[in-house]
Ligand binder design. Sequence first.
Ligand SMILES: [Zn+2]
Length: 239
Amino acid sequence: MSLIIDAHNHLGDRPGAVQTGAELVAKLDLAGVAKGVVFPFVEGNFTNDFVKDAYEQFPDRLIPYCAVNPWERDAADIVRRCISDWGFKGLKLHPTINGYHLADPELVDPLFKVAEELDFPIIVHGASDLYNSPPEFAIMARRFPTVSLMMAHMGFFWSVDQAISFAGEFDNLYLETSRAPIFEIQTAVKRIGPHKVIWGTDSPFVDYEFEFQKMRRATDDEEGYRQIVGGNIARLLKL
Ligand SMILES: [Zn+2]
């Protein structure tokens, strides 16, 4: 039986939001969740240090991803250091907050090339905003077919249908469920299968237990449910 894993949580302390590793682990415990993927808040000047410290404190419960702003000239070096030196397992990008197109070759390809080389997955903010619309994901999924790419928020609000279509078209493109309503998630599971849908909460910006319980409604199939709440992300991370 696969582990239950939440694929999207933020750690750190920024204006308006704070979450420590200990606070998240307490939420995982209450909900019966084995592990949480964690990365920094990406507003303002952020670093990965807070996540590194939390990972050292809870190595069995937290799965750390690096976050970078590609406008920083040393972004690819930061990613390489996170993965190779600190043992981080993936990369988080937020094109809308940091102001670039996901499919920008100059800015973003160097980061995907590191992922291609070191073999780790990438999660990208994927609400229906200009900079990270589903076609931008499709371009990157096609350009880097060996990199597993997760679309956080699965195109919500306006682009869910397009998101589902592209995730069905590209083997390496997955939909992550945080902030998406249950009807849209059920539709995704029906159209492209539970193996393409990955549970995430976007904590601390949610009622954690509700986000977990929501996934019980995603499918009637127990095996499909298990894939969504942990099996798929475990496969991507080779856990
Ligand atoms: Zn988030």
